[in-house]
Ligand binder design. Sequence first.
Ligand SMILES: NC(=O)c1ccc[n+]([C@@H]2O[C@H](COP(=O)([O-])OP(=O)(O)OC[C@H]3O[C@@H](n4cnc5c(N)ncnc54)[C@H](OP(=O)(O)O)[C@@H]3O)[C@@H](O)[C@H]2O)c1
Length: 225
Amino acid sequence: MPTILITGANRGIGLALTKSYLKDGWRVLATTRSPGTTVAKGAEPLILDVTDPDSIAALKAQLCGIPIDVLWNNAGVYLDKNKPLGEIDDEDWVRTFEINTISPIRIAEALAENVAASDQKVMAFTTSKMGSLTHNGMGAYAYRSSKAALNMAVRCVEKDFSIRGISCLLLHPGHVRTDLGGSEGAIDVDTSVKGMRRVVDHVNTSNREDFSGGFFDYDGSTIPW
Ligand SMILES: NC(=O)c1ccc[n+]([C@@H]2O[C@H](COP(=O)([O-])OP(=O)(O)OC[C@H]3O[C@@H](n4cnc5c(N)ncnc54)[C@H](OP(=O)(O)O)[C@@H]3O)[C@@H](O)[C@H]2O)c1
């Protein structure tokens, strides 16, 4: 039975990913920020505040020796949604970088041995098309810059981890109807997850060069940087 670890698994896209992999018989390690938060039935709940180094270290210790086929860095925030330039708070901008950019790399670093010890050896990072310089629109300075920086950081970590056979993929989930995406989102969580899984589930150690370091839309197309 393959194993996946999903961050931010209690709601939104993370919850839908959890349910989808459970349905296919995977062992799902579902992390949530706070104790007592509910995850999908059948998943194994684990505590992880993605910005807390002690929390990351505790998770690493807890998972020592457990192979993880797919590590899915999903947790994220959009703290400057609908805020024009003059209203963006410095603290929110820094917090956005901590959660969206730095934490996924620190978690990848902490769990690299687990992924390297697995059969599939995949790390998926949920980014956003809003981090694409080519597709840049207006506003969302903190969110856009955090995801553009995540894209670069994943391109760096991909090089570090390639020697261990690990594939690192950047996935845009689409504009999805969640708390973060809003009710105006174009697609539901199930459509997003089905699409992203078509990419992620296809990757293995023999085809990693075709996918690793790529920036993919949920429909499988490549997004320009
Ligand atoms: N929805 C969209 O249209 C869309 C588009 C492009 C990209 N994305 C990306 O997709 C990912 C998931 O978004 P979503 O729409 O599912 O958002 P969501 O419904 O708001 O869920 C966000 C998840 O991230 C978790 N999280 C936030 N900060 C955390 C922290 N410090 N430690 C641990 N967990 C934390 C939340 O936990 P709590 O419940 O504890 O807050 C929650 O589980 C994000 O990376 C987002 O940027 C979404």
